[in-house]
Design a protein around this ligand. Structure first.
Ligand code: FNR
Length: 185
């Protein structure tokens, strides 16, 4: 068994002061000893276009898919837009779902977290994103969940996760994700 599992972390918001980017940064810090999280910026991934794909993956997409293939698991940290998964995250999943059955996401362990200023903490967006993994045959961890609600109260002005309870939840979540990933690697 590998001493350290390698996780690729992606945030579904492109905003520099994004709560979800901040939450991903907290996860990098709080990862257990047996887990290393590296991040990939979805700014590099253009909108999915089957014509472009037919001519060969754009450089950013090729790098993204390769990063997923090299990782033991993927941590997706996403906002919720209009009760669903934002286009930035769904678009990245769509690219990484291709070609079907041999895609970078095929058989890959995945976990979801999210932060929102509202009271539901991205619950509906995460539920919707989970459905995609039925098609990609990815192993999305069912529990525990990290739904960071009222998130503006939980990060400081520099985007550091300061709420102790949330830090504890993220830590427990990552310990569970390590165990989840080790079932498959
Ligand atoms: C939102 N927001 C939002 N929040 C929520 O909890 N449920 C929702 O359905 C929506 N819908 C929504 C739609 C659109 C188009 C935007 C721009 C925003 C608010 C959202 O949670 C908030 O802007 C977060 O700060 C976005 O995440 P980042 O960018 O901070 O990571």
């Amino acid at each position: 068994m590998a001493a350290t599992i390698n996780i690729l972390g992606i945030a579904g918001s492109l905003r520099k002061d994004s709560l979800n980017r901040s939450l991903l940064r907290a996860a990098v810090e709080l990862a257990p000893e047996g887990m290393a999280i590296t991040t990939f910026d979805l700014l590099e991934v253009p909108l999915y276009n089957g014509d472009v794909e037919a001519d060969g993956d754009p450089e950013g997409v090729a790098r993204f898919k390769q990063a997923i293939r090299e990782a033991d698991g993927v941590l997706m940290v996403t906002p919720e837009y209009n009760h669903g998964v934002p286009g930035v995250m769904k678009n990245a999943v769509d690219w990484a779902s291709r070609p079907p059955r041999t895609a970078a996401l095929t058989g890959k362990p995945v976990a979801l977290m999210g932060a929102s200023p509202g009271i539901t903490g991205t619950a509906r967006g995460q539920s919707q994103l989970r459905q995609a993994f039925e098609f990609t045959n990815s192993y999305c961890m069912p529990q525990p969940e990290v739904l960071v609600f009222s998130a503006l109260d939980k990060f400081d002005a520099s985007g550091n996760l300061t709420d102790e309870r949330t830090r504890g939840n993220v830590t427990k979540f990552l310990v569970a994700f390590e165990a989840w990933v080790r079932r498959f690697v």
